[in-house]
Design a protein around this ligand. Structure first.
Ligand SMILES: Nc1ncnc2c1ncn2[C@@H]1O[C@H](COP(=O)(O)OP(=O)(O)OP(=O)(O)O)[C@@H](O)[C@H]1O
Length: 276
């Protein structure tokens, strides 16, 4: 991460920002869950994001790639309300203007983000982590110590299978491998049923086998959730992009967009990656 901190800024890794509840009232009648229009972000006059426009369709798995410093993290910070755009607009569905919402309101509306570094509750078991994530929903907080309904238990079971941690549910999360912790955190996001999931470098630090399993996991989520994945690992991106759109960011703008084979063959993309 090439993030320079300015006084008063919160750390990008400050902690989990889970979407709290399934988004209600997200108007996706025109088919898009997210619209970024002409977004710019300046830090002391330096344009980290420069007139960026991008939209994500409902159920799409969009991969975002780009060299270091391209503005990928800053873009996610704008979507989650951590950084305010200097100009431009960001819409969640047709009607929610993200620029007027706080980080907590955006999370509550249904945008869930997973940071690069896993932030699971290490002392708690895998099962408890998933249960706690589900019960962070403020509306059910009074039932924090109540028994799970069979529907809730079934949901946890389904997520455990999906994240390949069935059989590990009684283990303290602190004893999991790095990859397993990342899957658990994805599971915790899923428990909250976000409308849009943002994953920041999900396979960073994973073994090849863990990376392959993460690709399988994301392929299983395809079509069921709207997901934006920022990743440097091109093999992984190729696995999950399939025939979908890959967006290449460079100097804060969209440099190229298309299928993975198309963007990989694009001279401008080759140039920024190889620095020719
Ligand atoms: N808080 C900040 N203050 C000043 N400059 C910043 C700040 N955050 C990011 N930048 C700069 O903005 C540019 C974009 O950074 P950003 O972290 O969004 O890029 P990135 O594409 O996520 O890079 P990487 O792949 O290395 O994580 C970089 O030049 C970075 O140094």
């Amino acid at each position: 991460m090439s993030i320079r901190m300015l006084p008063g800024m919160a750390s990008a890794e400050a902690g989990p920002t889970y979407a709290r509840v399934k988004g209600e009232g997200v108007d996706t009648t025109h088919g898009a869950i997210l619209y970024l229009e002409d977004i710019s972000v300046s830090f002391d006059g330096f344009k980290a994001i420069n007139k960026l426009s991008l939209d994500i369709s409902v159920g799409e798995l969009r991969c975002i790639i780009g060299p270091n410093g391209a503005g990928k993290t800053t873009m996610m910070d704008v979507i989650t309300g951590k950084t305010r755009p200097t100009s431009g607009t960001a819409w969640f569905g047709q009607t929610m203007n993200l620029a007027t919402m706080t980080e907590a309101q955006i999370a509550h509306a249904g945008i869930g983000r997973k940071f690069q570094r896993p932030t699971v509750f290490e002392q708690h078991t895998v099962f408890d982590n998933l249960e706690l994530a589900m019960k962070m929903d403020k509306r059910v907080a009074p039932t924090l110590f109540a028994r799970l309904t069979s529907e809730q238990a079934g949901k946890i079971e389904a997520v455990l299978r999906l994240i390949r941690l069935n059989g590990h549910e009684a283990r303290p999360a602190g004893l999991l491998s790095h990859g397993q912790k990342q899957w658990l955190e994805i599971g915790m996001l899923l428990m909250q049923e976000p409308q849009l999931i943002l994953l920041d470098e999900p396979v960073a630090g994973m073994s090849d086998a863990e990376t392959a399993r993460t690709a399988e996991l994301l392929n299983e989520l395809r079509g069921k959730h709207s997901i934006m994945v920022v990743e440097h690992d091109m093999g992984f991106v190729t696995e999950i992009a399939r025939q979908g759109i890959v967006t290449v960011l460079h100097e804060g703008s969209v440099l190229a967009q298309g299928r993975m084979d198309e963007v990989q063959a694009d001279e401008r993309v080759i140039e920024v990656y190889l620095g020719r």
